[in-house]
Design a protein around this ligand. Structure first.
Ligand SMILES: [Zn+2]
Length: 149
């Protein structure tokens, strides 16, 4: 069984790629600096501060120019259930943050963010598991480019 954290991050990454976002890196170990879009979306995170975390790194300003795509990719793991209930609960929380951001800061409909995330998670499932298996081996991937088919 593939590690739940790898499946979670691969779900963000595969859906982001499918939506045409640039995925700079996916990692399930090690440090990174909090990117600007994460500070905008996650309460308590400050841009530029180092954190040790699993993360799917997109472009710093992606939330400004690709808001709907980022929110869909953020919500996607909620629809990819793993065998780890903590990861599943965290995915639910992220989807909640994405829909709250849509509701409070944009004119986007939160229900449409979730329905698009659900359908793309299903469409991208083979790619999600392919990325997750690679992530489990390599812990960090810097060259994800191919869209899921
Ligand atoms: Zn996540």
């Amino acid at each position: 069984m593939t590690d739940a954290t790898c499946i979670h991050e691969a779900s963000h990454a595969a859906v982001a790629l499918r939506l045409g976002l640039t995925v700079r890196r996916v990692q399930v170990g090690g440090w990174c600096r909090v990117p600007r879009y994460c500070a905008q979306l996650y309460p308590g995170l400050v841009a530029g501060v180092p954190i040790r975390s699993a993360i799917t790194l997109l472009e710093e300003d992606c939330l400004d120019h690709s808001t709907v795509e980022v929110l869909i990719a953020m919500a996607a793991p909620m629809f990819v259930v793993t065998d780890d209930s903590k990861i599943n609960t965290y995915a639910w929380l992220e989807a909640k943050l994405a829909t709250r951001y849509a509701k409070n800061k944009t004119k986007l409909r939160p229900d449409l963010i979730l329905s698009r995330a659900k359908s793309l998670a299903a469409v991208c499932e083979p790619r999600i598991y392919e990325i997750a298996e690679r992530l489990e081996q390599e812990r960090r991937i810097d060259d994800l480019q191919l869209p899921c088919v």
